[in-house]
Design a protein around this ligand. Structure first.
Ligand SMILES: [Zn+2]
Length: 415
């Protein structure tokens, strides 16, 4: 596949002339002048297109059963996500049955099936009762070489035929550029503009291997948003730990919807986490979503359990330690005013802050824990119990439970 090379050297190919370089197909430049409008985010809203059931499940070792997929779909719908990517209908009978069951639930969320640019894939989506399809095409050299032996014209023809088939069946169509972040920018825009011309309603920008940073994401997505009439959706991966940051950067650049997964579940290092994206949009930019943030912790627990993928304690928003305070100075601050060491009220996401005793705790925290049990110690006892707490916590390498602390108090008082 030599599209970008040929394209640069020889001009637009005959079969698929460039759209991005053709003034007749170019967006009026005033749209880039509208950056202010697309970037004054404080009042706009962003649609959450949840893909725990598709890209999340593609994580190594994760396999949801039919009932589990349905339970996750119901929980996500209950939480208010706008759209659910429910799976890959062409994958097989069990996947198709799970999707069929989801389409019968009359959920508020719009359901979308994931498809290759293959007519039989779209037919499988139709057979499941779906009225919305996402069609994925490779757009980088490496992907087109691997999947179409470099024949990018054949790939575009196949996309056109598949979109036509979907439109003939009255389906809503979104097209995704797999590996958009490593694609030639002109080719990516051409592919997106062809998709738009053939009746696609949305284009998905995919940082498939998670190699972008927020600044580059902003530039690449701005270019698409500026030159497309249809809305752009973000799809980011966490290989360098920037899935959420890149998703947000794309939204700042004008993308209007974003793919997320619960707990960031997904291939390799995972996807942008719904709890992070929703809370970052809300807290940093005052951009609203329809997600009820109070349900984020329950969602996290549900998916962690069903995917058998425990959440690391330090995981943003939903991790066990996200609002836990052990260190003396921090706990003292939290006791005086929670704003001192918490980015936002944990109750907003269904959590509560926890003050735990461990190696780094001080007397204020110990006193406050013991107050709950109507226990007060004199200064000498306090120091002795604190020393015992630190020693035990170091041995067991964790914070202590209240019962363990009370046990140490008993020992001290009996001494
Ligand atoms: Zn992905």
């Amino acid at each position: 596949m030599n599209y970008p090379l040929n394209y640069a050297d020889d001009g637009p190919p005959a079969l698929f002339p460039s759209r991005s370089n053709d003034p007749a197909h170019k967006r009026p430049t005033h749209k880039s002048g509208n950056q202010k409008e697309t970037c004054s985010k404080e009042t706009r809203s962003v649609a959450i297109h949840e893909t725990t059931l598709r890209d999340g499940e593609q994580a190594a070792g994760v396999a949801f059963g039919i009932e589990e997929k349905v339970a996750i779909a119901q929980a996500l719908d209950q939480a208010g996500v706008d759209e659910l990517e429910v799976g890959i209908p062409a994958m097989g009978q069990e996947e198709a049955e799970a999707i069929r069951q989801m389409t019968r639930l009359s959920l508020q969320a719009k359901l979308t099936g994931w498809n290759r640019a293959v007519i039989s894939d779209v037919q499988a989506s139709i057979n499941c009762g779906l009225s919305r399809v996402h069609i994925s095409i490779p757009v980088s050299d490496v992907q087109i070489n691997a999947k179409f032996h470099g024949h990018w014209r054949a790939m575009l023809e196949q996309l056109r035929d598949t979109i036509n088939f979907a439109k003939d069946h009255d389906l809503w169509v979104s097209v995704g550029g797999e590996d958009s972040s490593r694609a030639d920018a002109s080719f990516l825009l051409d592919a997106a503009q062809y998709a738009q011309e053939w009746g696609t309603s949305r284009f998905r920008f995919c940082d498939t291997v998670g190699i972008l940073d927020p600044l580059t994401t902003y530039e690449q997505v701005s270019y698409l948003v500026t030159h497309l009439d249809i809305p752009v959706e973000m799809h980011t991966h966490n290989d360098l730990g920037m899935a959420t940051a890149n998703a947000i950067a794309g939204i700042r650049a004008g993308a209007t919807s974003v793919n997320t997964t619960v707990n960031g579940l997904g291939e390799r290092a995972g996807n942008a986490a719904i709890e992070e994206v929703v809370m970052a949009l809300k807290r940093i930019y005052s951009i609203s979503t329809n997600v009820d943030t109070h349900q984020l912790l329950d969602l996290s627990h549900l998916v962690a359990g069903l995917s058998n993928a425990p959440v690391p304690p330090w995981k943003a928003v939903v991790g066990k330690n996200a609002f836990a305070h052990e260190a003396g100075i921090h706990a003292h601050g939290i006791l005086k005013d929670p704003h001192t060491y918490e980015a936002f009220d944990p109750r907003e996401v269904g959590w509560q802050h926890q003050l735990v005793l461990g190696k780094h705790s001080g007397q204020h925290l110990l006193r406050s824990v013991l107050e709950r049990y109507d226990i007060s110690l004199n200064p000498a006892e306090t120091q002795a119990v604190l020393a015992a707490v630190r020693s035990w916590a170091t041995q067991v390498k964790r914070s202590l439970t209240d019962d363990e602390v009370l046990h140490l108090v008993q020992i001290q008082q009996a001494a």
